[in-house]
Write a protein that binds this ligand. Structure first.
Ligand code: SF4
Length: 314
């Protein structure tokens, strides 16, 4: 369990500090993760620290960090460690962010080159305080990675750019290989889980990516175990297919702290298997559905499979 306090005087989630503690459910045996600590893990950590970078792996308290960092796979979170939103599921710090670091795109690109990544995943905090929502910083980061590592494929996992006209177009023009934006949950839970966002705006964002660049892969994910029904998950799949989303990820919600949204239940591995079968039947090119699936988990291998699936479908 991650602490909600950075120090006695600086709460990490000030907006959640007054909330009552939610119950903590015992994790089932299928939520088992590799402990961090291998030499490669330490090397990944060193590169992240030396370049003064932020990763969502650490900020979100991702359960897969032991496995991913031991394979030199990390997801970089640009534009700081402080988010202007306060989603009920997310462990990223909330508050007023600092100004952008001008040379961050080059630092990210340097880390990716040093790690020799064949596929890089870049995400960010929400920057509602910036006129472009951070779109130009995303575009500059994509450009810097292309310059330093021309063979590396690039996946972006962006905020929703709500009320930031023209922002999406800037990111699409920078030509990432995969455009990912997570719907996170079913529409009926938005008010409780993702109050600052709008379901149809997020869906439309992904549909617009395809309209702007039909060759770009689109990807989106949801968490389950938050109280959604199976039928609601099916509806989200149908909505995603209507928006021509290529790749769906479905993973178990894990509660970062007792001040975050409670886990309603642990979805069983068999139920995830069922979701996978149905999602393929609905026409997704790629599906990742398992308790520990996260947007960026195995992203490199999945990208290769995604490309192969499109080539097969023709
Ligand atoms: S699944 Fe993604 S966020 Fe989690 S450790 Fe792996 S790369 Fe980082």
């Amino acid at each position: 369990m991650v602490t909600i306090l950075d120090s006695k005087t600086k709460p990490r989630h000030p907006e959640k500090a007054h909330k009552p503690d939610t119950p903590v459910l015992k994790k089932p045996e299928w939520i088992r993760v590799k402990a961090p600590g291998s030499p490669v893990y330490a090397e990944t950590q060193k590169i992240v620290r030396e370049n003064k970078l932020v990763t969502v792996c650490e900020e979100a308290g991702c359960p897969n960090i032991g496995e991913c960092w031991s394979k030199k796979h990390a997801t970089f979170m640009i534009m700081g460690d402080t988010c202007t939103r306060a989603c009920a599921f997310c462990n990223v710090k909330t508050g007023m962010p600092d100004a952008l670091t001008a040379d961050e795109p080059e630092k990210v690109a340097d880390a990716i080159a040093r790690m020799g990544l064949s596929h890089a995943v870049i995400t960010s905090v929400d920057r509602d305080d910036l006129a472009d929502g951070g779109a130009n910083h995303f575009a500059r980061t994509i450009g810097a990675i292309r310059a330093a590592s021309p063979q590396t494929t690039i996946e972006v996992l962006t905020p929703d750019f709500l009320k930031k006209d023209g922002a999406l177009e800037i990111v699409v023009e920078a030509k990432p290989d995969v455009f990912n934006h997570n719907l996170e949950t079913v529409p009926s839970l938005y008010l409780r889980i993702r109050p600052g966002a709008r379901y149809f705006h997020s869906l439309r964002l992904l549909q617009r990516v395809k309209e702007l660049d039909p060759a770009m892969f689109t990807k989106s994910g949801i968490m389950v175990g938050l109280g959604e029904t199976r039928e609601q998950v099916m509806q989200v799949m149908d909505d995603m297919r209507s928006a021509e989303i290529d790749f769906i990820t479905i993973g178990q919600y894990l509660q970062p702290t007792r001040k975050h949204a409670a886990i309603d239940r642990f979805v069983t591995p068999d139920e995830f298997k069922g979701y996978e079968t149905i999602a393929y039947a609905k026409g997704f090119l790629m599906v990742a559905a398992s308790p520990l699936t996260r947007s960026s988990h195995h992203a490199g291998d999945d990208f290769a499979r995604l490309r192969a699936a499109r080539a097969r479908r023709g």
